[in-house]
Write a new protein. Structure first.
Length: 117
């Protein structure tokens, strides 16, 4: 069974940085497109309504939402193509959210990022 496991969330001050990671397990093949979505902690939205943050294809092509361009970087682990990272720099309170890893119709459980002084 496919599972996506996120880690790396936490509390950070405005202007700070965090790095999230997500590992996909249970797949026969590797190199699937993987991405990060987010949702405010107090919002009740279904999975399809979450906001795109960034995606990376198996070939390494990346896509970013406008609010994070220039601040966030998505990358894939060189040794393990089923692990992706989201480096988040210059964080603002607007980035506070639960960040979910997504790949091939599967979602992780999410990791909370709180940006506050």
């Amino acid at each position: 069974q496919v599972r996506l496991v996120e880690s790396g969330g936490g509390l950070v001050q405005p202007g700070g940085s965090l790095k999230l990671s997500c590992t996909r397990t249970g797949s026969i093949f590797s190199g699937y497109t993987m991405g990060w979505y987010r949702q405010a902690p107090d919002e009740a939205r279904d999975e399809k309504s979450r906001d795109l943050v960034a995606t990376i294809s198996g070939a390494g092509m990346t896509k970013y939402a406008d609010p994070v361009k220039g601040r966030f970087t998505i990358s894939r682990d060189n040794a393990d193509r089923d692990t992706v990272y989201l480096q988040m720099n210059n964080l603002t309170p607007d980035d506070t959210a639960v960040y979910y890893c997504y790949s091939g119709n599967f979602w992780g459980r999410g990791t909370l990022v709180t940006v506050s002084s």
